[in-house]
Design a protein around this ligand. Structure first.
Ligand code: ADP
Ligand code: MG
Length: 358
């Protein structure tokens, strides 16, 4: 593995009080992997990253790079490089000199500097811009210069802390694809910090979802989206509906929740559940079908009233109020003319495959 965190804890003392920024995090990041740390602001992403880079020492726990314990090794002796949101380019130097700076300082021969800088500018698509100063470039271009400057040293891993945070949405989406392409091309390990779930889902091979100093789930994007391990992950990634009801018929692997009198919600159960227990479940908006008649078959189904319809181009978003007071969001693709169109105030049935509840 390229990077290992083993039960890493980081405590800060702030105004006489101990703050645990990271509360015991373990993870193994593979060579060449695009790995993201995802979570809300303050959950410990930057602190974890800084311990990998060596800017912070863990209070307890071990950091390993390529199998070697580097817990107490300074940053300049670690074979990793970091890119920040503020690009930290030298304003008085042009693009070429910014990228070449580290190599020249290391006394790399001129010919090799030329070759490596040229190659890197090609990868980040800045050929022809060599003479520009940072202020003469767009945010996206400056970010690519920062990337080239970090990669030209050929670190074995690159750490990126919210590197696209300063860019507007369109450019950010473009750079997400670019970053993924560049990572594939150079083939080195990327550790990417973001609080933006769509960004992490788009680019990552695997994601560690963090909350309050801990990793709540570590898995591939699809697994995290389709099988969130905790309520926090379900709520943080994408849109989720949270329902709760009293378990009625429990038969080992599933229970039926009592919601409305005609409703039937089948939930797969993970822990011991007895009749009369309150059980919570989540279901994604796009897994729910909406119809004006009670559907047939072994589906979970609930009855409700449409309280809002929002047209969003490729799909409609419905808000449906259930008798018990819960509100459910449903996304329905606008595929063909045959798409059911329920309107505000309509009584509708919502149904989904039981395996889409978790
Ligand atoms: P994130 O990058 O996920 O937003 P951070 O790792 O920056 O989170 O911070 C995690 C927690 O640690 C926060 O509560 C933050 O206030 C605290 N923290 C971070 N750095 C320091 C520091 N140098 N001194 C005291 N507290 C800190
Ligand atoms: Mg941060």
């Amino acid at each position: 593995p390229a990077i290992e965190l083993d039960e890493v804890v980081k405590e800060y003392v702030s105004h006489g009080e101990v703050v645990q920024a990271v509360k015991g995090v373990s993870m193994t990041i593979g060579e060449g992997e695009f790995f993201s740390l995802l979570g809300p602001s303050g959950c410990g992403k930057t602190t974890s990253m800084r311990m990998i880079a060596g800017f912070e020492e863990p209070t307890t726990g071990v950091v390993r790079l390529h199998g070697q314990d580097v817990t107490n090794v300074p940053p300049n002796k670690r074979d990793v490089n970091m890119v920040f949101q503020s690009y930290a380019l030298f304003p008085h130097m042009n693009v070429w000199d910014n990228v070449a700076f580290g190599l020249k300082r290391k006394k790399v021969p001129d010919g090799e500097v030329r070759r490596r800088v040229g190659e890197m500018l090609e990868i980040v698509d800045l050929v022809g811009r060599e003479k520009r100063r940072p202020r003469e470039m767009s945010g996206g271009q400056q970010q690519r210069v920062a990337l080239a400057r970090a990669l030209v040293n050929r670190p074995r891993a690159l750490l990126l802390d919210e590197p696209l945070g300063a860019l507007d949405l369109k450019l950010r989406q473009h750079m997400q694809i670019e970053l993924k392409r560049i990572q594939r091309e150079v083939g080195i390990t990327f550790v990417y910090v973001t609080h933006d779930q769509s960004e992490a889902l788009t680019m990552s091979d695997r994601i560690a979802v963090m909350n309050d100093g801990l990793v709540e789930q570590l898995a591939g994007p699809r697994e995290i989206y389709e099988r969130p391990a905790t309520k926090f992950v379900a709520g943080f990634i994408g849109t989720s509906n949270l329902l709760s009801g009293v378990a009625r018929a429990v038969n080992g692997s599933s229970a039926v929740l009592a919601l409305g009198p005609e409703d039937r919600v089948i939930v797969p159960i993970k822990e011991a559940v007895a009749e009369g227990d309150t059980v919570e479940l989540t279901v994604r908006p796009e897994k729910i079908m909406i119809s004006t008649e009670r559907p047939e078959g072994d589906l979970s189904m609930v009855e409700g009233t449409v309280s809002e319809v929002v047209y969003l181009g490729t799909y409609n978003s419905y808000a449906v109020a259930l008798a018990g007071g819960a509100e459910i969001t449903v996304f329905q693709q606008n595929v063909h003319d045959s798409t059911t169109t329920a309107e505000r105030g309509d009584t509708v049935w919502l149904s989904w495959q039981p395996q889409h509840s978790y």
